[in-house]
Design a protein around this ligand. Structure first.
Ligand SMILES: C[S@@+](CC[C@H](N)C(=O)[O-])C[C@H]1O[C@@H](n2cnc3c(N)ncnc32)[C@H](O)[C@@H]1O
Ligand code: SF4
Ligand code: SF4
Length: 358
């Protein structure tokens, strides 16, 4: 099934292009809390317990400033954002500000009433993304560490669909759910949801390798990826970005819009390059969003690519899923080649061995 873009998609595509051209923060990822009622084995989040999370008033203040800065699409995420008692006040305020709203949640706190409240966001709501990490209670609970999580999430999806909300089921491939992965896609189809998946895991934001213990071996991940992609049905939204095949070497570091049209804000009110790069942690409340955005763009402009930057001359660039966040999580710099990305690049390029590398 090919999903045609509707008029509003084309409008937002044009808005994104404008934001990139004029370097304003069109799209913002806003993490509202790092608290969570699940304890997923693979979770990349590492909260800083010494810091205080934003109050309602502070969230509103930041939303006001985002509006002034020209932002038009806010991706609210966490942690589990529905744990916030003020969450519907925040959604309603974001709607009043005129933002397009996307919600990323584990779904467990959505019941018939909350589904109605989410649906009442109307055309301001882009969609709700819900992570589904298995098709059986046993696997689901093993991953989330929460008894009853499977039933609750299944009910949440049903309630949202009954209210006519666009839902995307998101799945991360883990060693624990690899035998159920195709089933998750089929579940998405049955529930008339979009389906997005990712076969690779990232490190935790404090640099810990813990999530990678659940990484499925590359060959097996490819087998599953082929199975998913050849199975027709709903769209698979590409979760990582690729360069054009005729590119040799990377001409610039970030290709995702960081510092051009996209930015991330964490629950402490700090501005970061993205969800994975917890840097530079500019505190918006100490100055203003605009001041931090200006400083962030300046900082990005000052990052000098060192001569030994391997991607500059690498022939694998067009098939490599690497991005500066991978280097950052590994070595706290933006340049290091990362083994897992290299392996994927080699496999994508059809090379049998890494001897062909520079
Ligand atoms: C951090 S969660 C926040 C939103 C919500 N709590 C949820 O689980 O959907 C956002 C997404 O990141 C995924 N995720 C968590 N840890 C990950 C990791 N180490 N690598 C890749 N994706 C990860 C989750 O499965 C989820 O789909
Ligand atoms: S539900 Fe989301 S935030 Fe919570 S532990 Fe799982 S992946 Fe992390
Ligand atoms: S394989 Fe390594 S050097 Fe080559 S493009 Fe990927 S990250 Fe860069």
């Amino acid at each position: 099934m090919t999903i045609k873009k509707d008029k509003s998609e084309n409008f937002y595509d044009r808005m994104n292009a404008l934001a990139k051209k004029h370097k304003f923060p069109g799209r913002v990822i806003f993490e509202l809390t790092y608290k969570c009622n699940f304890q997923c084995v693979h979770c990349y989040i590492a909260a800083d317990k010494r810091k205080k999370e934003l109050t309602t008033g502070q969230v509103f203040l930041i939303l006001d400033q985002l509006k002034m800065a020209g932002s038009f699409h806010i991706w609210f995420t966490g942690g589990e954002l529905l744990l916030r008692k003020d969450i519907f006040g925040i959604f309603d305020y974001a709607k009043k500000c005129g933002f397009r709203i996307s919600i990323l949640t584990n779904g467990s706190l959505i019941n018939k009433d909350t589904a109605k409240r989410i649906a009442s966001l109307g055309t301001s709501l882009n969609r709700v993304d819900i992570s589904v990490l298995g098709t059986t209670k046993k696997t689901f609970e093993k991953i989330t560490g929460k008894t009853g999580s499977f039933e609750r999430v299944m009910k949440a999806i049903k309630s949202l669909k009954e209210e006519g909300v666009n839902v995307q089921i998101k799945a991360n491939l883990l060693s624990l759910n690899k035998d159920e992965f195709l089933g998750i896609k089929k579940l998405a189809e049955r529930q008339k949801c979009f389906f997005g998946y990712d076969t690779s895991l990232i490190r935790r934001t404090d640099g810990s390798n813990a999530p990678l213990r659940y990484q499925v071996e590359l060959k097996e991940a490819y087998r599953i990826k082929r199975l998913i992609d050849s199975n027709g049905g709903t769209i698979n939204e590409k979760l990582f970005l690729k360069l054009k095949p005729n590119d040799m070497g990377r001409k610039k570091l970030f290709h995702c819009g960081v510092g051009e049209s996209e930015v991330a804000i964490n629950p402490y009110g700090e501005m970061n390059f993205c969800l994975e790069i917890h840097y530079p942690e500019y505190n918006i409340l100490e100055t203003s969003f605009n001041d931090c955005w200006k400083r962030l763009k300046k900082l990005l402009g000052k990052i000098e690519i060192p001569e030994e930057y391997q991607c500059n001359v690498c022939i694998l660039v067009s098939s490599c899923p690497w991005c500066p966040a991978k280097a950052w999580l590994l070595k706290r710099n933006f340049f290091t080649c990362e083994e897992q990305s290299k392996k994927i690049a080699l496999a994508e390029a059809g090379f049998a061995s890494s001897k062909l590398l520079i």
